[in-house]
Design a protein around this ligand. Structure first.
Ligand SMILES: Cc1cc2nc3c(=O)[nH]c(=O)nc-3n(C[C@H](O)[C@H](O)[C@H](O)COP(=O)(O)O)c2cc1C
Length: 320
């Protein structure tokens, strides 16, 4: 049973599995591994450092001739960076977190698939208005930054709103059951982050991978504390989901106070730069429950697809 969907058709890929463009994690090697396995690998362009993105794209191009893409934080993107990357021939550009309006036309005019990640219905409507080819509906279960909606009701609501554009479900999907559920909700595939964060090709450090393998979804929470502590200029409407740590527990709910406490901020940053493991931010989603190994990314794609096929077969009517 092959999982062909409107998304696989549009993107020209074999499987409905997309690597989330995780900043600091999804470099060229990870994106190439996912594309080579038949999914769509997206480099995590993050805050759009053009030189870094170009290096990663060069690495990727050495390793795959399959379709690939790159994702940016819209609020940090600039036109020259976008144009510099479009010259490198991505199949897709994904924009997340912020108004895609100023950049959508440039992507579409280049004939590149415009993928927009949304966290609520207003953003979904805006994605359609600016011409998104694919909409990623991200639930709050997701690792990293995002909104407040939950994957289960949010995905079908976005599917209905943006039809006929295909939707990718994101947030909490880490095995074949999650991929099958996404397809059952009407999505054309899944965009997967945390599961690939704990892969052989991920750029995050071994202490982060270990925390993900050992952690549980119960220990994750969405908060603005770590961005304030790290001095990240993230828009406040997108708090980040990470594993808890003592600093987060101490300051949760007291973000305004933390922003003014120079001693606490300096102490935290010094601890992080000295590699104190109890302070390292571990951006990860509720799906850490389902992660207990660190395979090559290509194996993860195969496990997601084979697992989903198995679930869907088991649900098919007898003799059907
Ligand atoms: C470590 C990490 C970093 C992330 N960085 C980005 C990013 O730079 N840009 C982006 O659009 N999404 C980012 N995300 C969110 C993903 O795009 C995606 O919505 C999320 O990973 C899906 O949920 P999951 O982690 O449960 O699979 C990040 C997620 C993680 C776990």
């Amino acid at each position: 049973m092959a999982l062909h969907t409107a998304f696989t058709e549009l993107a020209g890929v074999q499987h409905p599995v997309v690597l989330a463009p995780m900043g600091g994690c999804a470099g060229g090697a990870l994106a190439a591994a996912v594309s080579n396995a038949g999914g769509l690998g997206l480099v995590g362009g993050g805050r759009a450092d053009l030189e870094w993105c170009q290096e990663q794209v060069s690495l990727l191009a050495e390793r795959t001739d399959r379709p690939w893409g790159i994702g940016f934080l819209t609020w940090a993107l600039s036109q020259p960076t976008l144009e510099g990357i479009l010259e490198r021939g991505p199949a897709a550009v994904m924009l997340s977190f912020g108004d895609p309006g100023p950049f959508a036309g440039t992507v579409l005019q280049a004939g590149v698939l415009l993928v927009i990640q949304v966290t609520d219905l207003e953003e979904a409507r805006r994605a359609v208005d600016v011409g998104a080819d694919v909409v990623v509906a991200q639930g709050t279960e997701a690792g990293g930054h995002g909104g407040r909606r939950s994957t289960l009701p949010f995905v079908p609501a976005v599917v209905d709103m943006v039809a006929p554009a295909p939707v990718l479900a994101a947030g909490g999907i880490a095995d074949g059951r999650g991929l099958a559920a996404a397809l059952a909700l009407g999505a054309g595939g899944a965009l997967v982050g945390t599961r690939f964060e704990a892969s052989q090709e991920s750029l995050v450090g071994p202490e982060v991978v270990k925390a993900i393998v050992e952690g549980t979804g119960d220990e994750t929470l969405r908060s603005g504390v770590l961005d304030i502590a790290l001095g990240n200029s993230w828009p406040a409407r997108y708090p980040g989901r990470s594993l808890r740590n003592p600093f987060l527990d101490q300051w949760r709910g007291r973000e305004d106070e933390l922003a003014l406490d120079q001693e606490a901020l300096t102490g935290y940053r010094a601890g992080v730069s000295h590699g104190d493991p109890s302070l390292q931010p571990v951006w990860a989603g509720e799906a850490v429950d389902l992660i207990d190994d660190v395979p090559p990314a290509g194996d993860i794609v195969a496990q997601l697809v084979q697992g989903a096929e198995q679930v869907l077969r088991s649900l098919a009517p007898a003799g059907g």
